[in-house]
Design a protein around this ligand. Sequence first.
Ligand code: ITT
Ligand code: NA
Length: 199
Amino acid sequence: TRLVLATRNAGKITELRAILADAGITHGLIGADAYPEIPDVKETGVTFAENALLKAHALATATGLPAIADDSGLCVDVLGGAPGIFSARWAGRHGDDEANLDLLLAQLSDIDAPHRGARFVCAAALALPDGTETVVEGELRGTLRTARAGADGFGYDPLFQPEGETSTFAQLPLSTKNAMSHRGRAFRELTPLVRKLVE
Ligand code: ITT
Ligand code: NA
């Protein structure tokens, strides 16, 4: 069997392929970019789990293949959990990571270190063409730096320092990020199901 990765975010795809490879799943993975004719899914849910399921079901239905999807974001304590499900378009334009980082720095400019807590959340969804679904969540707490550090990763990684680390996600190797991240935690729960489908 083949499996569709129902995301067009290049950073997520890199991480998902590595997480799945660690679980022995390396063959038959098809990125959503292989289906340019399938329109972007409208993320009308109000939770990460709802949006992840919308994306997984849309691709499973359109392709006739099992699909996994990731809906994720950064929830900042002093912002009452924002940007949350709006993380990708916080500054206005979808996927404009640099503008999102600038906006977050500005919003936290008066906030001192002990109050710069945040968590990353990831909902990992698996949907089958017959409508069967599974969704699980992973999260990771950390703190937000006052300036960018590091060049790896994507999104808010240059500002996010995971709990117990002295580096940001953008300074850590991919394998280290995946071992502790919200995405790693969520998708490692799904891999036993995924392995059954693809073997
Ligand atoms: P798809 O819907 O195609 O998967 P997307 O980027 O639109 O791609 P989301 O709606 O789930 O996906 O938005 C996720 C945003 O949350 C992402 O653009 C980042 O800004 C942020 N984010 C999620 N996981 C992250 C991570 O591991 N590191 C840094 N930022 C992350
Ligand atoms: Na989303």
